[in-house]
Design a protein around this ligand. Structure first.
Ligand SMILES: Cc1cc2nc3c(=O)[nH]c(=O)nc-3n(C[C@H](O)[C@H](O)[C@H](O)COP(=O)(O)OP(=O)(O)OC[C@H]3O[C@@H](n4cnc5c(N)ncnc54)[C@H](O)[C@@H]3O)c2cc1C
Length: 475
């Protein structure tokens, strides 16, 4: 019987996996994961991602009775060796969209084909692949709304999710996956990740359960509640989506099937349009491959960023003296996740109030987020910075106090992650520096000791940012 090697990458699931289903049709299955040691920064996974990957691989290995072959090295060399050792006829994978991955995969395809091996790739992670969507004049969209509403929604319907295929793995494959995964040493050497385990279950089944729970409840209030960080109002599917433990197709059709294809409910429409923001991020990454490092809007190349180690460190450790910012940065550290509204607030504060280059923030998120994703992270940072495609204008500067008072009225979110402020009355929870001495004393807070004074004056730093922006606008 012919043998088909399935190269798993960011598609660590067995349901709705087009390459896996195709491999099973071709013959006996050889499931393989390769830890690509040729990657360097900025493409090498961050520390939090490696924690997730470790657990996701263990979950996947279990599905193959631990006969997942796990190797590390240069993929082309590993694949050639495996093809020879196991007499492989077909190699399949699901496509990735980063420039480095596309170049690597094209080269591998050529080398394998030269050896007489048949190679095929599939779409396993997007509803609409970037190369299939363009404006009437053939150029790529740069604005989200027409991209999604005009182009994507008028494309042929995305693939309906595939069932789990019935596979047979050759008997000579060893059940050695757990040892091989452990030997990749993915778990970070500094154990700051203990808290992750109480927040996340890293399995394909957990992704399905999270989706089901969300569409049975929170989706109907998503439009209003998604901005409130103290509520469980979002689906929290982002790390599963990044590692492909669930596909956007599974999400799309679970929602449509539940609501009989009706997208008119505000919650449903808004949720699906967030899934489409992920698609748009991949679209941008594909058509503008440098967005992780290069300003989409070249005017920002002359922006007068400022950098100060101590200031950046205060931001990363949640010690800026602005409670909603500090709560967000501490949520990230503790759980590997940060609520979307708060991501926007902390990013705006870094880039606009502290005038630190968005690329520094992007790198910190890359290392700490469990859902760190080249496309969504880079596109979102550029969006907040104002340098991106269809970005928030630079002059629209979030006031973190007003944002906190609007979206965390009672200060519940802040109190969860900044317990030293728990006794502060609601009136001052987002601006402790304005609290009278007696109030601070009753709340057992000494500013500068229990909680920092604000790093910068919000009004002055806002004006400084506007001046810096005016300078590049005029240039
Ligand atoms: C500065 C900044 C950095 C970010 N970095 C990342 C990142 O590295 N990885 C990542 O997946 N998301 C990133 N996001 C987008 C967004 O914050 C997360 O996708 C979202 O918070 C994940 O939580 P959820 O799954 O509960 O989202 P839900 O609200 O339930 O949304 C469902 C899904 O839609 C997608 N989505 C939602 N909002 C966005 C968005 N703005 N852009 C792209 N996709 C979106 C995600 O895949 C998400 O899982 C970033 C946002 C900002 C402002």
């Amino acid at each position: 019987m012919a043998k088909a090697l399935m190269w798993f990458r960011q598609d660590l699931r067995i349901t709705d996996n087009p390459a896996l289903s195709a491999a099973v049709e071709m013959g006996e299955l050889i499931p393989v994961y390769i830890h690509d040691t040729s990657l360097s920064q900025p493409n090498e996974p961050g520390s939090a991602s490696k924690w997730w990957l470790h657990h996701a691989l263990r979950d996947l290995a279990g599905k193959f009775n631990h006969k997942l072959i796990v190797k590390s090295g240069k993929p082309v060399e590993v694949l050639l060796a495996l093809c020879e050792a196991h007499d492989v006829e077909f190699v399949v994978w699901n496509r990735m969209y980063e420039k480095w991955a596309r170049q690597r995969d094209t080269q591998i395809k050529t080398v394998l084909k030269e050896q007489g091996i048949k190679v095929k790739s599939y779409n396993g992670s997007l509803l609409w692949e970037p190369m299939t969507v363009s404006k009437a004049d053939g150029t790529p969209y740069k604005v989200y709304t027409p991209y999604y509403r005009k182009a994507c929604l008028n494309q042929p319907s995305p693939r309906y999710p595939l069932a789990v295929p019935k596979y047979t793995i050759p008997s000579d494959i060893e059940q050695n996956a757990i040892n091989s995964i452990d030997s990749l040493a993915l778990l970070p050497s500094i154990n700051w990740y203990d808290g992750f385990e109480s927040h996340w279950s890293v399995t394909e089944e957990a992704a399905k359960t999270a989706l089901q729970t969300f569409i049975e409840g929170a989706i109907l209030n998503y439009e209003d509640d998604r901005n409130i960080p103290s509520l469980k109002a979002c689906s929290r599917l982002s790390p599963y989506l990044h590692f492909g433990q669930i596909s956007p197709n599974q999400i799309w059709y679970a929602v449509l099937d539940k609501f009989n294809g009706d997208m008119s409910d505000k919650g449903v429409d808004t949720y699906l349009s967030e899934i489409a923001w992920r698609e748009f991020s991949y679209y941008l990454l594909y058509h503008f491959p440098e967005i992780q490092q290069v300003n989409f809007n070249a005017k920002f190349d002359n922006f007068a960023w400022q950098y100060d180690d101590a200031v950046f460190s205060a931001w990363t450790t949640g010690q800026t003296g602005v409670p909603i910012v500090d709560a967000g940065m501490r949520e990230l550290w503790k759980t590997g996740y940060m609520h979307n509204r708060v991501r926007m607030i902390v990013a705006s504060y870094l880039v606009k109030n502290l005038l630190i280059d968005w690329r520094k923030g992007e790198r910190w998120f890359w290392d700490c987020l469990l859902d760190a994703d080249t496309a969504s992270n880079a596109a979102s940072w550029q969006w907040v910075a104002g340098s991106g495609a269809d970005a928030a204008p630079y002059f629209r500067i979030f006031n973190p106090v007003l944002q906190g008072e609007k979206f965390d009225k009672q200060g519940e979110y802040v109190k969860t992650y900044c317990p030293e402020l728990v006794k502060l009355p609601q009136k001052y929870i987002h601006k402790p520096w304005e609290a009278p001495a007696t109030v601070l004393s009753e709340a057992q807070i000494t500013l500068g000791e229990d909680y920092p004074f604000p790093l910068v004056d919000l009004k002055q730093s806002r004006q400084r940012a506007l001046d810096a922006f005016a300078a590049i606008k005029e240039a």
